[in-house]
Design a protein around this ligand. Sequence first.
Ligand code: IVH
Length: 676
Amino acid sequence: MANPEPEKRMAELREMIAHHDELYYRQADPEISDRAYDELKQELADLETENPLLALMDSPTQKVGDDRSEGFQSYQHRERMMSLDNTYSGDEMREFIARLERELERTDLTFFVEPKIDGLAVSVTYERGKLVRAVTRGNGSDGDDITANARTIRDLPLELNADGEAPIPDVVEIRGEIFMTNEEFQRINAEREGQGLELYKNPRNLAAGTVKQLDASIVAQRKLEIVLYGRGYTEPVEALPQTQQQFFAWVKAWGLPTVKNHWAAESGDDVLAAIAELDELRHDLAYPTDGAVVKLDSIGLQRTVGATSKAPRWAMAYKFEAERAETLLKNITIQVGRTGALTPVAELEPVQLAGTTVSRATLHNRDEIARKDIRVGDTVLVEKAGEIIPAVVQVNLEKRKPECVPFEYPTACPVCGTDAIQLEGEVAVRCPNSECPVQVRRRVIHFASRACLDIEGLGEAMVNQLVDKDWVKRIPDLYYLKRDNLLSLGKNVGKSTDNLLAAIEASKTSELWRFIHGLGIPHVGAASSKDLARVFGSLRALADATMENYVKDKESVISGIGATMGEAITGFFAEGHNAQMIDDLLAVGVNPEAPNADGEGTQFAGQTFVLTGTLPSLTRNEAAEMIEAAGGKVSGSVSKKTTYVVAGESAGSKLAKAEKLGVEVIDEAALKDLLA
Ligand code: IVH
């Protein structure tokens, strides 16, 4: 179906993809399935093909995601780490093979079929057989240096086995995947449950979160595992094997963990048979597997066919479907979120799916319902992938009854009756009434929750009472609660009331990032809140920030925080009631603990440092802690505002940028001198 407004839809798709990229790569906390995400990307790619003039150079279809996060040293891969093209269809897999046969003008090609491991891509470098570095994929060119964390992985040898069949190159980057078994995932979650901590969603998220822990001793307590399958930069070049199959044998001979199952295939039929076999046994494998990767076996021919800007043309992933089931859509209800977004929810005839009974599923937003023409009374296909919220993916039109009519989306908030609005460039329809009782309730629940201010005694039930009584209309009202009022909520509540008031009072000096997260700014999760706290240092500074603080010369100023988030934050504070909330919070004595406040030091106050390269004696964390303890800030990227760049061995692009901008570059010894 031709899209009447391709430009608008493309902008929407880019926005949605950026949002899901942030959740998947940076927060390790996705809200839609891989399949749903891949469909968004495919739709955007199709629109770009149909409307080449509207295709942006930096479209997400042209890039690999970005997993880099604040607190890690950035490291440039010697050879780029690419992404993979993927498909869910056997026919497309055959087409991939046919294309290579056509291009290479031969029909005797051999393919290597491997499991696709659902973890986190990593590149480990061995120099003269010794492990020197482990780096995440990052944006493909530069990743985060996670060497300290990777060293805690028991199966990853610090030295390659030189006694095997395989020659040891002078330098070799080997690509693989860090993952966690389901068993370990459950062990950790059981432990967290016992401690009353929030549970992780699935093994991939926990593995990703663990790899990005700044404290390697925490990493050592969780069992991360690794398998290696791919080659990167190799020196000398002659040290390269001829085929992927041979490379696999070498990786194994070097003593590195590899996957046990792989297949050589000589035709489309062979490839699809191998994929079917893998599908059968994947639930019993030691690692999470979400598909198969089919690679042209000959490394010489891989070179011949080359790569696009983001993926090799000699490899293709086949992804297994998430579980789906058909059921009856009994009704569509509208949920009001804490930002006022009206989210349509499918009320379903209960159905068994991926081990759970599903009776509700998200319908995402108004446009989705219209696009998929989902009607009450339809038979719909519901999908659930891992721990992701189930979603309605499609209508079975053959089963549509004539009495089913298109869904009429409400034009007013179902709770307070205010006319709903749709902001320019946003997909969500919103209730603009910031005092809408459901919004207030959800905002306060979020603010007090464990993930934010963690105020004991202020759970959902209590918040509901406070809102029902009209004592709390906005977050700052929490700090004006009256003991006498609270006592009227029940008999013998003196002690719990005093505890609650004490907990609320104590929250005034919680860490700054908890307040930032608690404000409920769209797109801003816990991880980004920590980045923001470190950079801005106070609620006032965050509220006063302009787009210039986020994006300069089209580049993001704060590593990992891009234009989307910058716009969300500045847009949030541009709303009068949100700006007022900050004034009111400060007026009641909220005084968050800034990330560098504990060190008392003020020696480096107002100074910003950027760390790059490997320092001779300090780890990146130690150096950052020392700087922050002295009142300085540590930032991930160099700008004119950077006071010093502290450079160590193999410093990369940041050093070059410092030199270009005329920022002073110092070494570890000079940093120590400044501190002394
Ligand atoms: S090959 C240059 N092989 O899947 C070729 N990738 O969706 C790209 N992955 O970024 C890598 N298992 O992190 C390859 N057996 C496998 C894989 C695999 C998992 C990951 C890898 C890649 C992502 C693309």
